[in-house]
Design a protein. Structure first.
Length: 278
């Protein structure tokens, strides 16, 4: 007959482990409380990475170094973080060519790099609302709104859709404030911030409201009319305004800060962006 030990027979052995688990759980709880307090007080995450371990292949790293200016402006520490994020984006998202377009490593690296640049100040940088990156050779007909587009974010299909021709043109002239990649990634970030309650989303929503408040001030309205700094499409609605704002933030930061210092300040806080001289 099999005899079972009474529970109390295990107590001396289990007690240290039980205490350890309880202490670890309590320590984690205190850490999360401190993390939330820090984020609330300073409007930025306590940390942005647990681990940095992914690396790009030699050929993909060369693409990043030769074709993505932002990467070369980063410190060595931030370059490692950026590589990790780009590699993770490429491994997590499915890239699909449309109209017989063949997907290349250059396309993957540069599109991933744009998304990672925009989210580089965030702890939550994975773009959970994007599973697919659909790439057309040029402008494409959108089945969503029955019109031709250079780019589109489709949350229902969890797809970022881009015209490769227009994406490349966004890099050809780096200071014209036109970058379809930045624009569409910003739409994805906006919707994620609206649906989520993580620390990055809370900060994004707070600074988003601060920017909208700035736009209601008479002196800012007057300056918007007088300078015509932002292109007309920005005023389609508040979401397009934010997407255009991101293009200007990355492509002409000095002009942006000089003409609209408070809007620039809130945009920088919204993205938690303190890299490469921004």
């Amino acid at each position: 007959m099999m005899h079972f030990l009474k529970p109390e027979a295990y107590a001396p052995w289990l007690a240290p482990y039980a205490y350890g688990v309880v202490l670890l759980g309590f320590a984690f709880f205190l850490f999360r409380v401190f993390e939330n307090l820090y984020a609330s007080s300073f409007d930025k995450p306590l940390y942005r990475h647990y681990f940095v371990y992914k690396k790009l292949s030699h050929s993909n790293l060369r693409i990043l170094e030769n074709e993505f200016i932002f990467y070369n402006k980063l410190s060595e520490k931030h370059k490692k973080q950026f590589q990790h994020r780009v590699a993770q984006f490429i491994s997590e998202k499915k890239f699909v060519g449309r109209n017989d377009l063949i997907i290349t490593e250059q396309m993957k690296v540069l599109i991933a790099a744009v998304g990672c640049m925009l989210s580089f100040g965030r702890k939550n940088y994975s773009y959970s609302l994007i599973d697919f990156v659909l790439i057309y050779p040029a402008e494409f007909f959108s089945t969503v709104n029955k019109n031709y587009h250079k780019g589109e974010f489709n949350p229902r299909e969890k797809a970022l859709v881009l015209s490769w021709k227009d994406f490349e043109e966004g890099f050809a002239i780096s200071n014209d404030n036109l970058n379809v990649g930045i624009h569409e990634f910003m739409h994805a970030m906006q919707l994620e911030a609206k649906r989520s309650r993580d620390l990055d989303s809370v900060r994004f929503a707070k600074q988003f409201q601060n920017i909208l408040k700035q736009l209601t001030k008479p002196e800012v309205k007057d300056q918007l009319d007088r300078t015509a700094y932002f292109r007309a499409y920005a005023f389609t609605n508040q979401y397009e305004f934010m997407a255009v704002l991101a293009e200007y933030f990355f492509e002409s930061p000095q002009d942006f800060e000089r003409i609209f210092p408070k809007i620039y300040f809130h945009t920088k806080k919204m993205l938690n962006f303190n890299f490469a001289g921004y």
